[in-house]
Design a protein around this ligand. Structure first.
Ligand SMILES: [Zn+2]
Length: 97
């Protein structure tokens, strides 16, 4: 059974996670976006609603991190996070048998 994850991702019966737009294999249940491409830019590039400089609130570097399908370049997720941390967004796809 194919598992709908979100508008851009699905998990195939064999456990692979693929892009719903082009079929590119992106990962598996443990690491759904392992093969995705990541771009990090300044938080202000997220749009006009991000105006304050993060250095006013923290000494840590803050980045706008976008994750894309490497084949069709669909944006799979976006987050403004400390640049020295891994993604804070997680998808739990594991199913107990
Ligand atoms: Zn794709």
């Amino acid at each position: 059974m194919t598992l709908f994850i979100d508008d851009n991702l699905e998990q195939l019966p064999d456990g692979r996670v693929v892009c719903r737009h082009c079929g590119q294999v992106l990962g598996d249940a443990a690491q759904p976006l392992r093969e995705a491409r990541v771009r990090e830019t300044a938080p202000a590039t997220a749009g006009p609603s991000v105006r304050e400089n993060a250095s006013r609130f923290t000494d840590r570097p803050v980045v706008f991190r976008q994750t894309f399908c490497p084949t069709c370049l669909t944006q799979l997720q976006a987050e403004i996070v400390p640049g020295d941390e891994p993604s804070s967004r997680h998808r739990s796809l594991a199913v107990d048998a």
